[in-house]
Design a protein around this ligand. Structure first.
Ligand code: KG4
Ligand code: ZN
Length: 350
């Protein structure tokens, strides 16, 4: 049974076709990233415009790659939320049109649940219940994924998402957008132990906080800039930072990454221990981070945990994870009428 999955929650226009929840026939992603670069972050109107312009092309490419006709599709799964309101609306409208024309069921999918389901696609031995860690540009949360993909939220970020912290620190260091992949690479050249940044204290054991860490990096960079006696230009530290030595920037990047990963690993292992779960899935853009992957793999193995990361192409926003999760949801009858609306604030509904 082939299901098409449509994903337009942010700046990726993505469509995947997946059979029986696991077998990927196609996974086509068109990103408007380059158009947002000059602004240092995603501009919602530009993202929406790009979805309108490219959805048909991406759908045609997904059919071609999968070597199927529209009539071969058994159902239409689509991201209902969370995400940018305009962007979600466009993807849902497209999905409704397809469901109506093909007379197929429409399956609304939670974007965060799909990020975690990507781990189940990567490793068929991973089945609920398990602990889920979602780390993306908009979200950072820990949950328990119960059978039938029902979710229990354990904790979430009280301020910035971890991906957002990577992006902001990268901007501060003059490394461009998106910052996560650049910091990941540049950290190889840095000494992670050179600067000790704070690990973000929270009242609740499974909540996260990254704004203190981000501010600490800001103050450290400002101190370095003052030390080099360069003049401030407006509110941005960027022009001054560019005058720092490459080694200095790499050390800051590596030390920041170490602190961010430390926060994630500590809370995640605590969640596994306290819930008694022996399986862990990690999903979202930051799940591509090599330091996070190696530390969780190593420390998870030491505790006899099964730790599953999706491959990088299933960590970024993509349509295959939406189509994949559509399969168990369809089996449970979790379809929706064409009158449903998108929900920008949706968060792992049970
Ligand atoms: O899940 P995603 O593609 O989009 C959202 O749903 O937000 O995540 C995007 C985020 C960005 O903040 C990006 O900087 C971050 O994931 N990211 C990374 C890495 N690759 C992407 N962060 C750290 N290390 C990486 N290798
Ligand atoms: Zn995402």
């Amino acid at each position: 049974m082939r299901i098409v999955g449509i994903e337009t929650s942010c700046d990726e226009t993505a469509i995947g076709i997946v059979a029986s929840g696991r077998r990927i026939f196609s996974n086509v992603v068109s990103s408007s990233l380059a158009r947002h670069g000059p602004y240092g972050g995603v501009i919602p109107e530009i993202a929406s415009r790009a979805h309108v312009e490219t959805l048909w092309e991406v759908f045609a490419a997904a059919l071609l790659q999968a070597q199927v006709a529209p009539e071969d599709l058994a159902a239409v799964a689509v991201t209902q939320g969370p995400g940018l309101p305009g962007a979600l609306h466009i993807g849902l409208a497209f999905a409704k049109g397809l469901a109506l024309a093909l007379e197929r069921p429409l399956i609304p999918v939670d974007h965060l649940a799909a990020h975690l389901y990507a781990a189940e696609m990567a490793d068929p031995t991973l089945t609920p219940p398990y602990v889920g860690l979602v780390v993306s540009g908009g979200h950072t949360l820990l949950c328990v994924v119960h059978p039938e993909h029902r979710f229990e939220l354990l904790g979430e970020t009280k301020d910035d998402a971890v991906g957002e912290a990577f992006d902001k620190v990268a901007k501060l260091l003059g490394l461009g957008y998106p910052g996560g992949p650049v910091i990941d690479r540049l950290s190889d050249e840095g000494v992670a132990g050179r600067i000790t940044f704070p690990r973000g204290h929270t009242k609740q054991p499974f909540d996260f906080s990254f704004s203190g860490l981000k501010t600490a990096v800001y103050h450290y960079v400002e101190k370095c800039a003052q030390g080099s006696r360069l003049k401030a230009e407006g509110n941005s530290l960027e022009p001054r930072v560019l005058n720092l030595e490459r080694q200095n920037i790499a050390d800051i990047a590596a030390s920041f990454q170490e602190a961010a990963v430390d926060i994630l690993v500590t809370k995640t292992l605590r969640a596994c221990q306290r819930t008694g779960m022996t399986r862990l899935a990690v999903g979202g853009g930051v799940a591509s981070n090599r330091r996070l992957r190696s530390r969780l793999a190593e420390e998870g193995a030491a505790r006899k945990l099964q730790v599953v990361f999706p491959p990088p192409e299933l960590c970024v926003d993509n349509g295959a994870m939406v189509a994949g999760l559509g399969f168990p949801l369809l089996a449970q009858g979790r379809t929706a009428p064409l009158s449903i609306t998108s929900d920008p604030n949706l968060c792992l509904v049970c």
